[in-house]
Design a protein around this ligand. Structure first.
Ligand SMILES: *Cc1c(COP(=O)(O)O)cnc(C)c1O
Length: 406
């Protein structure tokens, strides 16, 4: 049936199918009903044709489905499609982005191991490392994302994982993935990259040498604020065996309903990312000329320290930006937030709806003031995850508050 056998088609064409083709078609096995759109399989378990087949399934001789904590056809379709997009051998889908990070830690670390992580990572990841992994004897050292010599100096004999997000949030700093992968491998470590902000539409860490890629599918992969999910991608051994065995035993698996939502998200991922990037770039330019704005953090601006690296490493500059006001008081920043009527006041990102947040009093509210300021999260900093509304409407919404500050 047309569209069913992409591998055969790929062989016939003598080359790789394009990203957008894989995003729409990879990973699906049509059922006997000849449905066009992917089916959802809401089933907890599966039946066997005979006692002998049941025995073969349980012994592993027959590779079919047993139980949806282990495998589910809808979830598998999502995994295979995302794997095709990231260029990964294996993908396991998880109940959330945090479940993806936890399962990676449980699968790849043991007591006595050590993590080196960039400082500017997702808040719950810091809590996972500091409050939970530490309890099991895995310590973490934090370094500046862009300081290669600090990464090198932090590596110990027992370091097993280098962990980072690039671009970072909210200051959108850029790390050199290829360079850090080389450093990791020199020291027998694995490089784990949380690729949530770029998605494979903009950046493919595995092709740059990373060993494992993490996603919160909750963000751009869904892109429309409908569900929580995540994924881990990498080699058959690391992800298909070590991380997968944690999943199938401990159970933070993705539900088939959510897998179906994320499948639909992947189909439009590239289109949406292009539109996010276009709006963000235009908004960054407008903000950088605004008299109330002291500084704009966006890697697509030529004065951003990561501009050239981002231009090389990513296919576009992303949908997230932040900016600092000349009036660096908390009151001024809150006034800009509270003057918006269109933008959503929320710390979420990766949604078609634009969001505005004041990091110093929300996402970084519990970070001690001295550390927060050292990390560049000042009281006058605002973050926007630029959505897909008409650009002029986003600009007009921000202008309402900004114009009062000049
Ligand atoms: C949101 C987010 C996570 C966690 O994902 P959840 O789906 O909320 O569990 C991890 N990393 C980054 C960069 C995120 O933005």
């Amino acid at each position: 049936m047309n569209g069913d056998d992409l591998l055969a088609l790929q062989a016939e064409l003598g080359g790789e199918l394009g990203f957008d083709t894989l995003a729409v078609r990879a990973g699906y096995q049509r059922t006997n009903e000849a449905e066009h759109n992917e089916a959802i399989f809401p089933t907890s378990s599966y039946v066997y044709q005979s006692a002998a087949q049941a025995a073969a399934r349980f012994s592993g001789d027959d590779p079919g489905n047993i139980y949806s904590r282990f495998t589910n056809p809808t979830v598998r379709t999502f995994e295979e499609r995302l794997a095709a997009l990231e260029g990964a051998e294996s993908c396991v889908a998880t109940a959330s982005g945090m479940a993806a990070i936890m399962s990676t830690c449980l699968g790849l670390l043991k007591t006595g191991d050590h993590i080196v992580s960039s400082r500017a990572i997702f808040g719950s990841t810091v809590v996972l490392f500091n409050n939970f992994m530490a309890r099991f004897g895995v310590d973490t050292t934090y370094v500046d994302l862009t300081d290669l010599s600090a990464w090198e100096a932090a590596i110990q004999d027992n370091t097993r994982i280098l962990f980072l997000e690039t671009p970072s949030n909210p200051l959108v700093e850029i790390a050199d993935i290829a360079q850090l992968a080389e450093l990791a491998h020199q020291h027998d470590c694995l490089l784990v990259v949380d690729n949530c902000l770029c998605t494979p539409a903009l950046q493919k860490p595995l092709a740059l040498g990373a060993d494992v890629v993490i996603h919160s599918a909750t963000k751009y992969i869904d892109g429309q604020g409908r569900g929580i999910g995540g994924a881990v991608l990498g080699s058959k051994t690391l992800v298909g065996e070590e991380v997968y065995s944690v999943l199938r035993t401990t159970g933070p698996t993705m539900s088939p309903f959510n897998a179906w939502i994320f499948l639909k998200g992947l189909e439009t991922l590239n289109l949406r990312m292009q539109a996010h990037c276009r709006n963000a770039r235009e908004l960054a330019l407008w903000l950088s000329e605004h008299p109330a704005v002291a500084k704009v953090h966006y890697p697509g601006l030529k004065d951003h320290p990561g501009y050239e690296l981002a231009a090389r490493q990513q296919s576009d500059f992303g949908g997230l930006l932040s900016f600092e006001l000349h009036n660096s008081s908390r009151e001024a920043a809150w006034q800009v937030v509270d003057s918006t009527r269109l933008l959503s006041i929320t710390a979420n990102l990766g949604d078609v709806k634009s969001t505005i947040t004041h990091p110093a009093t929300t996402t970084h509210g519990r970070v001690p003031e001295e550390d927060r300021l050292k990390a560049g999260i000042t009281d006058g900093l605002l973050r926007i995850a630029v959505g897909l509304e008409t650009l002029d409407d986003i600009i007009n919404d921000l202008q309402r508050g900004l114009s009062r500050l000049v």
